[in-house]
Write a protein that binds this ligand. Structure first.
Ligand code: ADP
Ligand code: MG
Length: 214
């Protein structure tokens, strides 16, 4: 991966339409698997929830690409919050709004991204009153945020991020769910991957791949 090029590309939001397209594709391709995961320990609506958000973002794609990062992340957060619904809508919305709030007027580099992503994930933890180890999207988001903190300028950072996101998803399989709908199942929640962790991983990997090929 051309690391330098990725760092430069972050300077502008013109890449947003491509990223939105990449996210839409990965959710579409993996829709069946994701739905099955949410059916097993939730209510099965995770993909339809996400797709409502993706549709709304796709409609705004061109407008988003004209904004600066702070405004774009804010608009994405508000759109996600109002269109996705379910637990994941407010949590994903909080992630983007938290990132926007902490970016202020800085340019987006890999280093500032690492900082604002961490703050965004902190906001998700607060909103969901949850932490690592509770079988949620946070089991992907937290390790990814930590990895970004380690050294946002490592040449193989983006490949590492993908591996860590995948390991995070797998880590949810044997966990006991203590937050969200899956927690209603108690011990029966064990043995299944969490749907929100899986969608977070898919989205992160799709964005990394899109950055590499844009
Ligand atoms: P709902 O649970 O309302 O049907 P979704 O199916 O869209 O909403 O999203 C479910 C996902 O949301 C879960 O798989 C989990 O990853 C995440 N989630 C639920 N509650 C929390 C929470 N309190 N903190 C973090 N993530 C959560
Ligand atoms: Mg659900």
């Amino acid at each position: 991966m051309e690391f330098e090029r990725v760092a430069i590309m972050l300077n502008t939001t013109v890449l947003l339409p491509n990223l939105i397209l990449a996210v839409a594709k990965t959710i579409e391709i993996n829709a069946e698997e994701l739905t099955a995961l949410d059916q097993a320990i939730g209510d099965g609506d995770h993909v339809t929830n996400l797709q409502r958000g993706i549709q709304a973002l796709t409609a705004q794609s061109e407008a988003l690409s004209q904004l600066d990062w702070q405004a774009a992340l804010q608009k994405i957060g508000m759109t996600v919050m109002s269109s996705i619904g379910g637990a994941s809508g407010s949590l994903y919305g909080t992630l983007f709004l938290g990132m926007s709030k902490n970016l202020q007027n800085q340019p987006l580099t890999l280093t500032t991204f690492a900082d604002v992503f961490l703050k965004g994930v902190e906001a998700v933890k607060q909103r969901g009153k949850a932490d690592r180890g509770e079988k949620t999207m946070l089991d992907v988001l937290i390790p990814v945020a930590e990895q970004l903190q380690k050294d946002a300028n490592k040449p193989d950072l983006l490949e590492q991020i993908k591996l860590i996101a995948i390991a995070g998803v797998e880590s949810t399989r044997d966990m006991l769910a203590t937050k969200g709908r899956a927690s209603f199942l108690g011990e029966r929640s064990r043995g299944h991957i969490d749907a929100g962790a899986k969608s977070s991983q898919l989205i992160i990997c799709a964005i990394v791949d899109a950055l590499a090929t844009t």
